[in-house]
Design a binder for this molecule. Structure first.
Ligand SMILES: [Fe+2]
Length: 356
């Protein structure tokens, strides 16, 4: 079966486009209220003054120190439903990849019974979601375009993925990512770079995903290797790179690095961007060119990647990482081929995890 993907319904890109949010929401207001899920890093920052709140609207600050959790999605749904007893007209997520995932998951869960952990997987959700808008303030994850709301649940880290997950509207305003700290911007940007490297190398790659990944890769090189590029130009390019990279992986697949990084995040609670960097740093044998490019970008950007983060972990923690990673068969299948289980072993995974 050939993939039949769903993208965002509408998209606006450009500096200052955030100012159009009020206008965009006007036609979607229908006797209820809008919920703004906003990264709490923006508390008392100029951006919160610019959020077009109307009288009945609700702003909920979201803390994303930890990766998005099913439990928190369920709590947000309860909190929203307790406001007036009816569902909102829309959910608007303003923040990085984690806030994007929360906004997508909450909009789905407002129209589904039970816990979000029941819907972690492909096509387990079935009802249309509440109208939802994504406004990224960090670029790289591709969460603004992907069909997945990645969540850590009681049993696994796995996304809610179906046609209802992608945002109905995305606002890509490069001005919103200018204040991101250098390290965080880099780690998240590398998520995009790694999406491209992985999408290009594997049995699922195809001319459509390759065209997107190649263009996104070119933009990543311009952003992170060109020492003379202005931050304004770089931010606009990075925002586009993230979007194209996200689309590329939707139509191809991620690979070995993401399989490792999911295990790191699940057991150690590490954020996706930094977990990817820690993993990718040790994966030269799988992606020689990609890892060399990554190391070059680290040098140019004067950023370091934490090392030996797994040194003090118990065997049982390492085993949990291995099991999390091993279960991501679609990633291994893409990267190593259908007989991937004969090409890599759990002992090999342990040895690589111990190096990280
Ligand atoms: Fe990723």
């Amino acid at each position: 079966m050939i993939k039949n993907i769903k993208n965002n319904d509408k998209l606006v890109f450009g500096s200052g486009s955030f100012n159009q949010l009020d206008d965009i929401l006007k036609s979607k207001r229908n006797q209820s209220f809008m919920v703004f899920l906003v990264d709490d890093i923006f508390k008392n920052k100029p951006l919160c003054e610019r959020i077009p709140l109307q009288q009945e609207d609700k702003l909920i600050w979201v803390n994303v120190d930890l990766e998005p959790k099913t439990e928190k999605v369920d709590k947000l749904k309860e909190e929203i439903m307790a406001i007036t007893g009816k569902e909102p007209d829309g959910v608007i997520g303003i923040g990085g990849g984690s806030v994007m995932d929360y906004a997508k998951a909450v909009s789905v869960m407002l129209n589904h019974p039970g816990s979000s952990s029941q819907y972690q997987g492909l096509n387990l959700a079935y009802n249309p979601p509440v109208y939802h808008v994504g406004v990224p303030t960090l670029s790289g994850t591709g969460a603004e375009v992907s069909m997945t709301a990645v969540l850590t649940g009681p049993e696994k880290k796995l996304g809610i993925k179906y046609d209802g997950t992608p945002f109905n509207q995305v606002i890509l305003d490069p001005e919103l990512i200018t204040e991101a700290p250098v390290d965080q911007r880099f780690y998240t940007g590398m998520d995009c770079y790694i999406h491209n490297v992985e999408a290009l190398q594997g049995i699922t790659s195809n001319p459509f995903s390759n065209a997107l990944a190649n263009q996104s890769l070119k933009l990543c090189h311009e952003v992170f290797l060109d020492k003379k590029i202005s931050r304004t130009k770089a931010d606009a390019k990075l925002m586009v790179a993230s979007y194209l990279g996200g689309m590329s992986l939707s139509y191809s697949e991620v690979g070995v690095c993401h399989a490792f990084s999911y295990g790191l995040s699940y057991v150690m609670g590490l954020h996706h961007g930094i977990a990817n960097c820690i993993a990718f740093n040790q994966l030269q044998e799988f992606y020689p060119e990609g890892v060399s490019g990554f190391k070059e970008m680290l040098k140019v950007q004067k950023v370091t990647v934490p090392e030996k983060v797994t040194a003090r972990l118990s065997d049982s923690d390492i085993n949990r990482m291995i099991e999390t990673s091993w279960a991501l068969s679609h990633m291994w299948n893409h990267a190593l081929g259908k007989d991937w289980e004969h090409k890599i072993s759990k002992d090999k995974l342990a040895e690589i995890y111990r190096r990280m």
